[in-house]
Design a protein around this ligand. Structure first.
Ligand code: BGC
Length: 753
C-alpha cells in the first residue's frame, strides 16, 4: 500500500484518524478542529430533504417529490436531473452537504416494504434514473449517497438476513444499476446495506466494497454504513467501508486505535480510509466555493413538483376514452384517499411537506359539480354500512365516479414487507358496490408497489398515481381533467397475482436466508421468457393519443469488436392531442450457449409529439448492451451471434424488430478436462470445425451393432454426450485414453491460436 500523501493525515494522531470514521451524532461527521477539518452534514433522502438535525429534532419543511417508483415511471432523464437540482437547492439553503439517496435497489418482489422508494425491477432503467438524479443533485454542490448497496431487496430481517445469490445474477440484475450510476455520475458516497451477501455482512464485504465498487467501477468517494449496519469496525475498514453511522459513542474509534496499536490493522489501511473521507470533505468545500447556493422559492418548487408528479403517474387502462373527464358532468369523488391523500411511504424517507395538495380540493377547483363520499376507512378490513351506503348513493346520482383507493401506511413502509398484494378488503368491497350502480367508474390508486386487481376487467379506467409527493393532488386533477396528458410508464410489472411472481417461492427469508433462486429472471425478464401473462406489463402506460412506429434502421449490418451500433426508428403522433411516449429498446439472444432472458431493456427515450408530428429516435448500443456476466471468468462477455433488437411501447407491445449480428472476440468458457463431451466442445466456435471432423470420422468407422440396434438417434446421442473418459473405457467405442489426450491437446492448440 502506498504511503499516504495527504499532509493532514500525517499530522493527525491515531485518535483523530479514528474519530473521522464514525459519526458525531445522527447526521454529522466529526470535525478535527485542531487541523481545521470541518464536518459534513447529511440527511435523508431520497425524494426530498428530511432535515432532522434541527434544534428540536423536528424535520424542517421541504418539498416532497414522488417517491422512487414514480420518478422512475417518468422515464424522463432531464426531468429527474432537475428533481435532483431542486432538492439540492433546498439542501444548500439548509446547509446540508450530503443527501442520503438515491435508493436504487431492484424490486425483486412486489411485497418488499420499501419498493415505493426504489426505482424499478430493471437495472438499466434504475441505473440511468439514479445517475440523472445524482448529476442534478451534485451540480448544486451537494453530494449523493447511493443506497443500499447491495442485495437489500426485502425489509423483513434486513439486519440479519443473508441474500444468497450467484455472481451472474448479482452482476446482471442487482449490481448493474449501482455500476451504471457510479460510472455515469460519480456519486460522492455510497451506503452499504444491513444484510449479509452470501454469508458476509455488506459492511465487511471486501469483494463488493473494494474489488467491485472501487477496483472495477472506479468509485473514489467513501462508503458509509446504513444506520447501525456496522458488524465489525476493523473488518469494515479493511473491506472498504470508511464511515460508521450514526455515532458510536467513541467505542468503535477505540477499537480501531487498539487494532493499529496491536498490529492487527495496518496503519496505512486506516490512513487510506481517512483520506477518502477527507477527499469528500474537500470536494464539498471546493464545489460549494464555486457553486453559489441556488435561490429557493418553495412555491415555485411546489409548482415543479406538480409537473413532476403528473409525469410519474401511469394511466393503466382507459376503455371508451372515459378519461379525460368530459366537462359538465356530475362527478362523484369517492374513497378513503380522496381527501386524506397518501403522498409518500413510511420510514426514513418521509419528508415533512410544507404544503400538501388534496385531490378532492383540486378537482373541485377544476370541475363544476363534484360530490364527495369517503366510502370507507383506508385501513378497515370491513366496510362500514353507513359510509358504504352514502358512497353508493353518491355514485348512483352522478354521471361518473372517481374512486380513490390505495395502501395505508400500516401496510406499506420501511421496516417490514407486505404479506400479500391485495388492497384492504373494505376498499375492494366499496369498489364493487360502486360498480354495481355506476359502470362509468375511474379508479385512482395511491400505493408504492403493485396491487392485485381482481376487479380490473369491470373498471373502464385506472390511473396509477403512486405516492406522488406534496403536489400529487393537483397532478391527479390535471391528468383526470385533461389539462396534462398522462405519459408515465410502469417501471415494474403488475402480475395478476403474487403467486406468478418469480420470487414467490423464495420471498421472504427462511431461517434468515433468502435464496435468489430465480436467478436473472427478475420481473419482466421472467414473465416474457416463461410467457406468463401479467395484468400490466413493465413499460406499459397509456396517454390521450396514439403513436405509430416505423423505419427501424441499424447504422451497420453487424456490430464488430470495439464498435457501437446506432439504432433508429421513427415515431409519429397519430392522434389529435399532444402526448408523451416512451420508446423502449429490448435485446435478446435466445439460442445462445447460455440461457438468457427473452427481453432485456438496453435503451429508452422519452419524447413529446404534437398531433401529426414525427420524430426520429436513436439509441446507441455497444458491446455491453449484448453482454452477459460470465461468473467463471468474472467479467462481462458478449457471445457472437444474431441478436434480436425490439422496439416497443412496453416489454410486450413490440412495434418493430430486426436481427443484428454481433461479432465478439469473447469466447465461451469450455472445460478442457477428460469429463468434457463432444457436444460441449462442438458448441465452442473455435473448436467446432475440429470436433465436427472428429465426429464425422467416428461416425464413418464401423459401429457397435448393439448400439445401432437401439436407434440411430440414440447412437448419435451416446457419441456426443458421453464424457470422453467414459467413452475411452467403452470396449466398442474405438477410442482410448491416448485419443482423449490427443483430442484435448488439439483443442488446447486451437484455443491458443
Ligand atoms: C435507512 C436508510 C436511512 C438511514 C438514516 C436507515 O434505517 O435504511 O435508508 O438513510 O436509516 O435515516
Amino acid at each position: 500500500m502506498n504511503e499516504t500523501v495527504d499532509p493532514r493525515v500525517q499530522a493527525m494522531t491515531l485518535d483523530e484518524k479514528a474519530s473521522l470514521l464514525s459519526g458525531l451524532d445522527g447526521w454529522h461527521t466529526k470535525p478535527v478542529k485542531r487541523l481545521g477539518i470541518p464536518s459534513l452534514l447529511m440527511t435523508d433522502g431520497p425524494h426530498g430533504m428530511r432535515l432532522s438535525a434541527t434544534p428540536d429534532g423536528i424535520p424542517a419543511p421541504a418539498t416532497a417529490f414522488p417517491t422512487g417508483v414514480g420518478l422512475a415511471a417518468s422515464w424522463n432523464i432531464g426531468l429527474i436531473e432537475k428533481v435532483g437540482r431542486t432538492i439540492g437547492a433546498e439542501c444548500r439553503r439548509s446547509g446540508v452537504d450530503l443527501l442520503l439517496g438515491p435508493a436504487l435497489n431492484i424490486k425483486r418482489s412486489p411485497l418488499c416494504g420499501r419498493n415505493f422508494e426504489y426505482y424499478a425491477e430493471d437495472p438499466w432503467l434504475a441505473g440511468n434514473i439514479a445517475a440523472a438524479f445524482v448529476r442534478g443533485l451534485q451540480s448544486t454542490g451537494v453530494g449523493a449517497c447511493l443506497k443500499h448497496y447491495a442485495l437489500n431487496n426485502m425489509e423483513k430481517n434486513r439486519q440479519n438476513s443473508d441474500s444468497v445469490c450467484d455472481r451472474r445474477t448479482m452482476h446482471e440484475i442487482y449490481l448493474s444499476a449501482f455500476e451504471r450510476a457510479v460510472r455515469e455520475s460519480k456519486p460522492w458516497t455510497v451506503m452499504c446495506s444491513y444484510n449479509k451477501i452470501n454469508g458476509t455482512f455488506a459492511a465487511d464485504h471486501h469483494y463488493l466494497m473494494t474489488e467491485v465498487l472501487r477496483d472495477t467501477w472506479g468509485f473514489d468517494g467513501f462508503v458509509m454504513t446504513d444506520w447501525g449496519a456496522l458488524n465489525d469496525r476493523v473488518e469494515a475498514v479493511r473491506a472498504g467501508v470508511e464511515l460508521e453511522m450514526p455515532a458510536s459513542g467513541g467505542a468503535t474509534d477505540r477499537e480501531l486505535v487498539e487494532a493499529v496499536e496491536s498490529g492487527k490493522l495496518e496503519e496505512a489501511v486506516l490512513d487510506r480510509a481517512v483520506e477518502r473521507v477527507l477527499r469528500v470533505i474537500d470536494q464539498r468545500d471546493q464545489a460549494q466555493a464555486v457553486i453559489p447556493a441556488p435561490a429557493v422559492d418553495l412555491a415555485d418548487h411546489h409548482r415543479f413538483a406538480r409537473q413532476v408528479a403528473a409525469e410519474c403517474m401511469v394511466l393503466l387502462k382507459n376503455e371508451g376514452a372515459l378519461l379525460p373527464l368530459a366537462l359538465g358532468k356530475t362527478v362523484a369523488v369517492i374513497g378513503p384517499f380522496a381527501d386524506r391523500v397518501r403522498v409518500q411511504g413510511g420510514g426514513s424517507s418521509r419528508v415533512p411537506c410544507w404544503q400538501t395538495d388534496v385531490p378532492l380540493d383540486e378537482l373541485r377547483k377544476r370541475l363544476p359539480d363534484v360530490r364527495h363520499a369517503p366510502g370507507c376507512d383506508a385501513d378497515a378490513e370491513q366496510a362500514d354500512p353507513d359510509l358504504l351506503d352514502r358512497a353508493v348513493r353518491t355514485a348512483a346520482e352522478a354521471d361518473i365516479a372517481v374512486v380513490f383507493l390505495g395502501l395505508p401506511d400500516r401496510i406499506e413502509s420501511e421496516g417490514y414487507d407486505r404479506s400479500d398484494m391485495r388492497l384492504p378488503a373494505a376498499q375492494e368491497e366499496l369498489l364493487s358496490a360502486v360498480l354495481a350502480v355506476q359502470p362509468e367508474t375511474v379508479v385512482v390508486l395511491m400505493n408504492g408497489s403493485p396491487v392485485e386487481m381482481p376487479w380490473a376487467d369491470r373498471v373502464p379506467a385506472v390511473l396509477e398515481a403512486y405516492l406522488g409527493g406534496s403536489a400529487a393532488g393537483g397532478a391527479i386533477a390535471d391528468l383526470l381533467t385533461g389539462r396534462i396528458a398522462p405519459s408515465g410508464r410502469l417501471a415494474e410489472s403488475f402480475p395478476f397475482c403474487m403467486e406468478h411472481n418469480p420470487s414467490y417461492l423464495h420471498f421472504p427469508d427462511e431461517d434468515r436466508t433468502v435464496q435468489y433462486a430465480e436467478g436473472v429472471y427478475a420481473g419482466y425478464r421472467y414473465y416474457t421468457t416463461c410467457k406468463t401473462a401479467v395484468r400490466f406489463p413493465f413499460g406499459h402506460g397509456l396517454g390521450y393519443t396514439t403513436f405509430a412506429y416505423s423505419r427501424l434502421r441499424f447504422s451497420q449490418v453487424a456490430l464488430l469488436e470495439g464498435e457501437t451500433l446506432t439504432v433508429s426508428c421513427r415515431v409519429r403522433n397519430t392522434g389529435d392531442r399532444t402526448g408523451g411516449e416512451v420508446v423502449q429498446l429490448y435485446v435478446s439472444l435466445c439460442a445462445g450457449l447460455v440461457r438468457r432472458p427473452e427481453r432485456e431493456l438496453k435503451g429508452f427515450a422519452k419524447i413529446e409529439l404534437a398531433p401529426g408530428e414525427e420524430q426520429e429516435v436513436t439509441f446507441t448500443l455497444d458491446k455491453r448492451s449484448f453482454s452477459r456476466y460470465d461468473a467463471s471468468r468474472e467479467c462481462w462477455v458478449a457471445d457472437s451471434g444474431v441478436y434480436t433488437v425490439r422496439i416497443g411501447s412496453s416489454c410486450t407491445d413490440i412495434r418493430l424488430e430486426a436481427g443484428v449480428a454481433v461479432y465478439s472476440t469473447d469466447r465461451p468458457a469450455v472445460r478442457l478436462d477428460e469429463y468434457v463431451t463432444l457436444e460441449e466442445l462442438a458448441a465452442h466456435p473455435d473448436l467446432a470445425p475440429l470436433v465436427e471432423a472428429e465426429v464425422a470420422r467416428l461416425a464413418a468407422a464401423p459401429r457397435d451393432p448393439g448400439l445401432d440396434a437401439m436407434g440411430e438417434g440414440f447412437a448419435h446421442a451416446v457419441l456426443m454426450t458421453t464424457p470422453l473418459r467414459v467413452m475411452a473405457r467403452h470396449p466398442g467405442s474405438r477410442t482410448d485414453r491416448a485419443w482423449v489426450e490427443q483430442l484435448l491437446a488439439a483443442c488446447r492448440d486451437a484455443l491458443e491460436t
